[in-house]
Design a protein around this ligand. Structure first.
Ligand code: SIN
Length: 285
């Protein structure tokens, strides 16, 4: 049984920290609390050289919140709570899973609180993942822009999974991840505040993303598009990001409320496989 205190080393100025611990061993309540505090502070935590099976991966995930099953994506045959994030070596010149800036499933009433990725097979180069701090992004907005978005709600929709707007890359998206398309439930629009407050840390962060946010309540579509583009440009500035070089056994745990992430698609001809679990969140406020 391992116990706090944790060794936590930030990897950039605003987001990300490496934690030195063995996640395969059960940990006590103090360690669980310390991990949650570290996640609140750094938004994404990285662990090297881990050896997890589905049971230990799920136990790690549950240290943050109950496991959540996500809609539209076929779970791994190993376990219904795990998604296999896979791109085969043969899948060239196709879109990859998570290959644009996004927060996961932001179109749900209660989007996930966060996720865990565990690397099983990683290309010798390429296939990194980036995260951007949406807390730092909000804090660094100009006062004018903060005023402009205050109290506003954005429109989110699961369009890539819906019946109304088939995905742009339907024929070219990686076939290695089974996705249910054409679900009318994904066409339902949800409104979430553009600025949300973290339920534990009380920090505010931007909560809009280029994959699932399609407009702003009460705003003309062109004006909303323009405002969202300005926010995305600011929110993904390289100085607000960190980039993780995976190796077999690496784990990343991120807070989906205060981050966006981006899976780089620069490893055609190489196989990349990670297991992914998700933990529950709440309706953004
Ligand atoms: C994702 O969850 O968006 C995928 C991340 C990755 O494959 O690096």
């Amino acid at each position: 049984m391992s116990s706090a205190a944790l060794s936590v080393d930030p990897v950039s100025g605003f987001i990300g920290a490496e934690v030195d611990m063995d996640l395969s061993r059960p940990f006590d309540e103090d360690t669980r609390e310390a991990l949650n505090d570290a996640l609140d502070e750094h938004h994404v935590l990285f662990f090297r050289d881990q050896n997890l099976d589905p049971t230990s991966l799920k136990r790690v995930t549950e240290a943050f919140a109950p496991l959540m099953r996500v809609p539209y994506i076929t779970p791994s045959p190993e376990d219904p709570d795990i998604i296999a994030v896979l791109k085969e070596a043969s899948e060239e010149k196709i879109a990859n899973f998570g290959g644009d800036w996004h927060s996961d499933f932001s179109f749900l009433d209660a989007p996930p609180g966060g996720s865990v990725l565990y690397a099983l097979e990683i290309p010798p180069h390429g296939g990194d993942t980036m995260w951007a701090s949406q807390a730092a992004a909000y804090e660094r907005l100009s006062d004018n822009l903060k005023k402009e978005i205050e109290g506003k709600r954005a429109i989110h929709i699961g369009a890539p999974y819906g019946a109304k707007s088939p995905p742009k890359f339907k024929d070219k998206l990686s076939a290695s991840i089974g996705m249910t398309r054409g679900d009318p439930e994904a066409d339902r629009q949800r409104l979430h505040p553009i600025v949300r407050t973290h339920p534990r840390s009380g920090r505010k962060g931007l909560f809009v993303n280029p994959i699932y946010t399609v407009g702003i309540e009460g705003m003309e579509p062109d004006d909303a598009k323009h405002l969202l583009s300005r926010l995305y440009r600011h929110a993904t500035r390289p100085d607000l990001t960190c980039r993780f070089r995976w190796a077999k056994g690496s784990v990343a745990i991120w807070d989906n409320r205060m981050t966006m992430h981006y899976a780089l698609n620069d490893y055609d001809g190489q196989r990349r496989l990670l297991w992914r679990t998700t933990f529950a969140g709440e309706r953004p406020v």
